[in-house]
Structure formats: C-alpha cells, structure tokens
Unconditional design. Sequence first.
Length: 545
Amino acid sequence: MKRKSERRPNWAAAPPCSRRCSASSPGVKKSRSSTSQERHRLDLQDDLYLDITDRLCFAILYSRPKSSSNVHYFSIDNELEYENFYADFGPLNLAMVYRYCCKINKKLKSITMMRKKIIHFTGSDQRKQANAAFLIGCYMVIYLGRAPEEAYRILMCGATSYIPFRDAAYGSCNFYITLLDCFHAVKKAMQYDLLNFNSFNLDEYEHYEKAENGDLNWIIPDRFIAFCGPHSRTRLESGYHQHSPEAYIPYFKNHNVSTIIRLNKRMYDAKRFTNAGFDHYDLFFADGSTPTDAIVKEFLDICENAEGAIAVHCKAGLGRTGTLIACYLMKHYRMTAAETIAWVRICRPGSVIGPQQQFLVMKQASLWLEGDYFRQKLRGQENGKHRAAVSKLLLAVDDISINGVENQDKQEPELYSDDDEIHGVTQGDRLRALKSRRQSKTNAIPLTLVPQREGRKRNALQQMPLMALWYSHCSAASAHPSRFVFIIIFCRTEPLSVLPFSPVCLYFMVDTVLSLSKYLSLKNYKKCIPLSMSPLLLCCLPCLG
C-alpha cells in the first residue's frame, strides 16, 4: 500500500532551490490597520523555484507572475488537463507528455528566448501541481537523461510534497501511485522500446483514444491494444458510443492484429472476427473483480503464442483489460506492480481499478519468477528449434511456476454475481458513459500540419454535395445511364468564358432539357429536371440577358 504523501525528510540532501514568501513580495505596501490579515498571509506557503537546468526552472507560485526581458513564464495548468472519471486526476496521458516535451524543446530552441530563463510555473491546486511535476519529471527522464531518482529528488526539494495519483473507482481509495513510480515506468518503457517519441504518432493516438473513434490505445507498441468492448451494431446508446466488430477490423488488419481476447459477457458474435481471419478467445470474469490463476495462465499462454498483435477488451477496456496486460508486463519486462499500473494508465487513463491494484502487487513475485524461467528457456532455444517445441516447453515451465509458487500468492476472489454483468449497469458501463460524454476539447498545441489538397481536387470535393443532392432526388427512379449525362454539365463551376462550348450551344442545351420532360413517363424524373437545371440556368443568365 502506498503512502498518502511524498514528503522528503532531508532538506540538505536536496538540490539547490530558492524559496520566496508570496506574502512579502517587493513593492507591496503593508497596511498597519490589517495586522491579522498580514499574519494570515504570512502563514501561506512560500513560492518555490527549482532549477532543472541553467535555463529551465520549475516553480510553484501563489500569484500569477509576469514575463520580463530576462524571464519567460508559462503554465500548462489550463492547457493540458486530465479528463477524470470520478476523483482521479492523473497522471496525464502519453499525448500530453509528448505535447509538453515538444513545447519545452521549442521554447529552449527559440531565438527570441535564447537569453531568457524559461520557468514552468503551476498554481495552488495540488492536483495540478502533481501533474505539472509529472510532466517536467518525464522531460528530465526522456530528454535530459536523468535517472528517475534524480528527477524525483530535484522535485522534492525541501519540504515540498505532491499528492499521489489514485484510481478511477468511485468512492475511497487505499492504493496510490507516486511520481517516482511514474518516472520509473517511463524509464523502463524507454529501455524496452515501449516509448519512442521519434516515432510516436500524436494524431493517431488522439484520434483513436476518443470514444467516438474506437476508444483504443496501444499499451505495448505492435503487441498489445486495449480497447472498449464491441457491440452487435454501431450506435449511440445509454450515453456512450458503441462500435460493431466491423468498425475495428480495418484498423486491426492494417496493424497486424491477429488475436482478439474478450473478458466480458458476449455482446457480439465472435464469428464476426473469426470470419475475418482473427483468432478469438473468451476469458470471462466479473466486472470490477480480479482474474483467477487459471485465467491469468491461459491469457499469458495465448499471448506468448500469438503470431501478431493482441487486442484485449472488456466492457470499458480499463479494469479487467488493464489488469491482464499488466500481468504480461510484469512477467516479460520485470516491472513492479506500481510501475506497471503507472505505465498502463499513462497509455490509457483509468486503467486498473480497485482491488485489481492489490491483486497485481500480490502477483508480482510469482510473475517475475515465471518471467525468469521463460527467458532462461527461450535463450536455450535461440539456436533455431521449431516454434512449436518452444511453446510446449514454455507451457511446461508455466505449469511448474503455477504449481510451485503461485499458491503462495493466492487471493480469495471477491464474490460477484454474473447477474449484474448480464442484466444490470456495471462499473464498466458507467466508465464508458463518462468517457463518451466528455466534450471534445480543442488541441492546445497545433497538430502536425496536413498538406493542402490541390485546387482542382478541392473543387471536386466542393461539388460533391450538389451531386449527392441530385442523386438523392432521383434515387426512386430506375434511371437509364444516358439520362445522367447532364450531371457533367450541371456541376461545372468554371466561368462561362472557359466553357468548351459557345453560349448559343449552351442555350440549345437548356432548351433541350426543358423539352425533355415531355418524353419522361416517370414523375420522379420531372422532379429532377428543375433541381438539376438550377446551376446551369445561373451560368446562362449572362448570355440570356
């Protein structure tokens, strides 16, 4: 269980930092008649400045500063904001870490700020202080090459403390993730190539993590996708977006996904994935609960033998999904339970909820041991033995580890009723609804510029609504191809002077179209004629006048 504060006891061991009392700022005239108010102000916390580099500084300020010729202040408190489910408030997601790092690098490289001190400041909100410290700590680890402990030590100057992060469950919390856990998670993600901002696709991350676009995130690049559970058909119901299996198939095929693992009750027919060439497995356990040892073992077996990437889902793709992917991370990357939870939440906020956190702590030792056996046996098979032989041997190793070690970490599962999963509104339903109802916010930092289309292609796109309107009025008629030849003329947008025919010829075409209605037997065609002619008549007005 994590402590509820991150207070550093030894001021002398901390890096150089400066403190300035917010109540005694220069230039503020003290009033003799307000002794009690002054005493109250002096009791407030001091402003804090922490030097990160010779030009970069982090500050906690209790009044808004002004930039000068030598100092540039900026804040991201209202720019990069965590979208909470309940009382959770961080850590910020991977896209926001990327945006922040780009922002810092841009400011440090700016010619206009070359001689300025860059100060990232945050205000009095403790939740925003924690997220601001998380961002600049990640920058130190990713771009400055600082060790997680060093970045943490710099931020914990003196008596400074930051509130730890909690889960997305409703109600009280008894497990917390610290800044140090997050920094270790980021460091190990870089070490194992789970995080590489040189190849990070910001547009794709921010597009697909939205509920209306699929609500999916990569936890391990090219290996694990966590996504919300598909439904029988695509629709908006009960406050959240529902997507059919067919909505995911093109993306999965383009990203080498070979296996789908479902952890919740059946909301769609698995054949819709298997008929498209995917392997599909069901490993059901109740919403909000922890998996059995047998489910963990089977999940790991499936993943270790899958040819391509694996897409895992439950209802919201947060609790059960994050828990089993975290088991894989602990086994194969030897991350601690806290580091694993931190990384999964950085990739997909809200993951791993309630008792699932303590479950991962209890499974850490046995999963590490299983991972050691796995890597040892794998190294023994590197000389080219057939994959099937390796898989059989590894399965035997898993049996040994499960029988020999896992019983020591056994936890009695909480009792849940399948009735709630099938007939009631569960935790996953509520989390999905909350995420889907969020209002989409404008990106604070511009996305990668998209090249403009060529002029002629853009004009063609502008003409599409007119053509669609014409066809929609004609859809009831069994049209003959010869009757649609006029659409080419009607949809032209060039000036009259560049038409490939004379005004006299154009007038003849108008007359022909007007007389065409005599020969049409279907009333639907007669309705199409005036609508189709309107663009043409506008072009004819100069020559007819």
